[in-house]
Design a protein around this ligand. Structure first.
Ligand SMILES: CC(C)(COP(=O)(O)OP(=O)(O)OC[C@H]1O[C@@H](n2cnc3c(N)ncnc32)[C@H](O)[C@@H]1OP(=O)(O)O)[C@@H](O)C(=O)NCCC(=O)NCCS
Length: 200
């Protein structure tokens, strides 16, 4: 924990992210209300961004972050055909459905949604940060909220399927890879890592 805090405080001061163009807002009908994020977190209070629970009005921006993260941040690891297939794997409606279960937190910066993360039971299902806001610790803070929630629930282990792009992030969070495997999106193969972290 201390090491994490030190690293966080030694980060460069981030510049404002360029605004991305969210799709028109629509009101989703079904999004669960996740457990509230602690407002008393002294570290989060010092950050230029805020970590908070998902609101139903976030869905359009959230889908934009998902797509931009895939198309730009993952460009070094997956070709255009793979990124398109991965991106098509979620629609506005399917994201609402996926996020209606489990715990979701989002990161907001200057009233813009710049990242989100989702845990379902002992599985970290999604961590996505807008490319303009990358490497300033947003995924770290999002992830820590999910891991804290898992510990409170008494879970002893977390697993994930990490993209090649996210492998080093999850390794930094203490996960070890159990090897690479092939996932399929829209008939297109994508390599990923099966990863695991003990919470004991
Ligand atoms: C992976 C991802 C979530 C990381 O978000 P982020 O906010 O930039 O991550 P953080 O700033 O919290 O990074 C924490 C640490 O993780 C490691 N890390 C994160 N991204 C990395 C990268 N691209 N290459 C190497 N190490 C990385 C570093 O150790 C980093 O610490 P440092 O910046 O002090 O070196 C983001 O790049 C992303 O959305 N990628 C595309 C989508 C994706 O693959 N999501 C995961 C699906 S499984």
């Amino acid at each position: 924990m201390l090491q994490w805090l030190r690293q966080l405080f030694h980060r460069r001061t981030p510049s404002k992210p360029a605004p991305h163009k969210p799709e028109p807002r629509q009101k989703p009908e079904t999004v669960s209300t996740p457990a509230p994020v602690s407002e008393a977190d002294p570290i989060a209070a010092l950050m230029p961004f805020q970590i908070r629970p998902l609101h139903s009005s976030d869905m359009s921006e959230l889908l934009g972050v998902f797509r931009e993260a895939i198309q730009i941040s993952a460009a070094a690891d997956y070709d255009q055909q793979q990124r398109d297939a991965w991106s098509r794997g979620q629609s506005y409606d399917s994201l609402i459905s996926v996020l209606s279960e489990g715990d979701t937190v989002v990161a907001e910066w200057d009233d813009k949604l710049v990242g989100f993360a989702h845990r379902i039971r002992d599985y970290i299902n999604m961590v996505f940060v807008h490319p303009e806001a990358s490497r300033v610790g947003i995924a770290t803070l999002l992830y820590q909220h999910l891991e804290d929630g898992a510990r409170i629930e008494g879970l002893t282990e977390l697993t994930t399927h990490a993209s090649l792009t996210a492998h080093d992030f999850f390794a930094y969070m203490g996960y070890t890879s159990e090897g690479q495997e092939l996932a399929e999106r829209d008939g297109i193969p994508l390599t990923r890592h099966a990863m695991r972290k003990s919470l004991i």
